[in-house]
Write a protein that binds this ligand. Sequence first.
Ligand SMILES: [Zn+2]
Length: 184
Amino acid sequence: MVGNAYFNNLIMTVINASESSEWREAVDEWEIYDCEEDEDCSAKCICGKENIRYLYTIRNIYNGELLFPIGSSCINKFGRKDLNDETGLIEEQFRLLHAVESNKYLSLSADFFSRKLLRWLFDEGAFDTSYNQFDGEDDYEFMLKMFNKRDKDAITIRQDRKIKAIIMNSIKPFLQERLEEKIR
Ligand SMILES: [Zn+2]
């Protein structure tokens, strides 16, 4: 199938499940409802494209219809920045979890962290643990400050130890609890 046929499939499927019959209006009717990761990339998007890794469910906010699975490159075709930001953030969560689980990367590298991701972790309570009496604000501020340091070599051994402790004791268990059942 050529690229265009996938796009036509997407348009038809979305419009059939939407209130509007105009693509440009229909795209505004949808929100991201869930996302699972298929590590084997064996699933097929609603557009027909195979081997997608992140399987999104989108939900029509007017009629409750669900579409599944849809890949982020098709969600991208909706042309909505809010949805694109959301898929970016969700995929960052999965990538970070895999990195910390393999113990491969335990620093605040921009490969796995972003300001937006740190903020999301804070808002969702990931930094609240028994170590800080369930008030994670100081840990969040610390992580943000370290992340924002342009010169990472200026991070002291002590600070680096604290970064690793927060990743292992707060972020890792939080992501595991959130995402583990969403990974197949
Ligand atoms: Zn697709």
